[in-house]
Design a protein around this ligand. Structure first.
Ligand code: UFG
Length: 329
């Protein structure tokens, strides 16, 4: 019998490479498909690797022909909120159009299990519930990044409605941070715009200062609040989702967050305290596209796929990212 592979688009990227590692350690066969625009081939620790773009239908089709693909986990995307405001069509091409290409390929090759990297940015401002936003909240994204991802959720829903065997799980990630606990992989980019990375790079002297984007939000300390989740827990959510789809022909949209938030100032303070390094953090104007508060309601994912996070601790998240960053320095 031909061996079954999972197709992991964007498997050379930050989150994708952690999932490839976990799948490999758990005995799953994978083919990573990545154009290496932001990913790194050395981060793909398990399975096969094909360099390719989702816009390149010939190469993509070739992968589906060469390997017996049993499921797809779709990470490949552009993911920077402020960049999406500046260059929206990049996001509709890389995220929406390329997802359409991939879904078409799944239909053509009869691949019926699909796990999608969606985002809390689909919620936009959320419903204002201080306990967090749940999956029933009407998604109203406020930036092109969130819209480009929501459109992919809609495509998946519409395809699942007319394709009896096709099922998907869209995982709406909140703020993913941290690094592999074995120290083998982590966030690569020196140009990262993500708060914890910027704070660590500033503490390590790679950047002169950190800017706090907006101190006049309607939050207790005036800075934006996010639900920071450890990438190792997030990787486990994908494995749990895959196991669920293997047994249950049902589609779901699930939040991936811990259900509590930290403000920008709290994160900066936590980094300074952990590293015992004081660095320059200057108050700056708001950044375009930032919602004031994004916290997950976190119950549904546990109820549906049995996900139990093990690393719900901001300091530990920062510490794992720091260990990786320091090793790279
Ligand atoms: N921030 C700063 N200074 C910085 C970097 C960030 O003040 O140098 C602030 C931002 O303005 C924001 C908060 O820190 O208020 C978090 O910003 P990040 O850039 O770390 O993350 P985002 O919330 O913008 O976006 C991330 C992912 C998205 C995902 C979203 C979901 O990049 O893909 O979380 O919550 F959709």
């Amino acid at each position: 019998m031909q061996e079954v592979y999972g197709l992991i688009t964007g498997g050379a990227g930050y989150i994708g490479s952690h999932v490839v590692k976990l799948l490999g350690e758990s005995g799953y066969k994978t083919v990573t498909y990545d154009n290496l625009s932001t990913g790194n081939k050395d981060s793909v620790l398990y399975g096969e690797f094909v360099e390719g773009d989702l816009a390149d239908l010939e190469t993509l089709d070739g992968v589906f022909k060469k390997y017996k693909i049993g499921y797809v986990i779709h990470f490949a995307a552009s993911i920077i909120v402020p960049e999406s405001v500046e260059d929206p069509m990049k996001y509709y091409q890389n995220n929406t159009q390329n997802s359409a290409n991939l879904i078409n390929m799944c239909i053509k090759h009869n691949v019926n299990n699909f796990i999608f990297s969606s985002t809390a940015a689909t919620y936009g401002l959320g419903d204002g519930n201080p306990d967090g936003v749940d999956e029933k909240c009407l998604p109203l994204p406020i930036n092109p990044y969130g819209r480009s991802k929501l459109m992919t959720e809609w495509m998946l829903e519409d395809v699942a409605n007319i394709t009896p065997d096709f099922n998907y799980i869209a995982l709406r990630y909140f703020n993913v941070s941290g690094a592999d606990l074995d120290g083998k992989i982590g966030q690569m980019s020196e140009k990262s715009t993500l708060l914890i990375n910027v704070a660590l790079q500033t503490a390590l002297g790679n950047r002169e200062q950190l800017e706090i984007f907006g101190t006049d939000y309607d939050t207790p300390d005036g800075t934006c609040i996010r639900d920071y989740i450890h990438v190792v827990d997030l990787a486990q959510a994908h494995l749990d989702a895959l196991k669920y789809l293997e047994k249950n022909p049902q589609s779901h949209i699930l939040n991936c967050g811990y259900g509590r938030g930290a403000s920008v100032k709290e994160v900066v303070k936590a980094v300074k305290e952990l590293l015992k390094i004081d660095f320059k953090a200057v108050e700056s104007p708001r950044r375009a596209g930032d919602p004031p508060v994004l916290i997950s309601k976190a119950e549904k994912i546990g109820e549906v796929i049995g996900w139990k996070p093990k690393h719900d601790n901001l300091t530990k998240i920062i510490e794992s990212a720091y260990n990786w960053q320091k090793a790279k320095n």
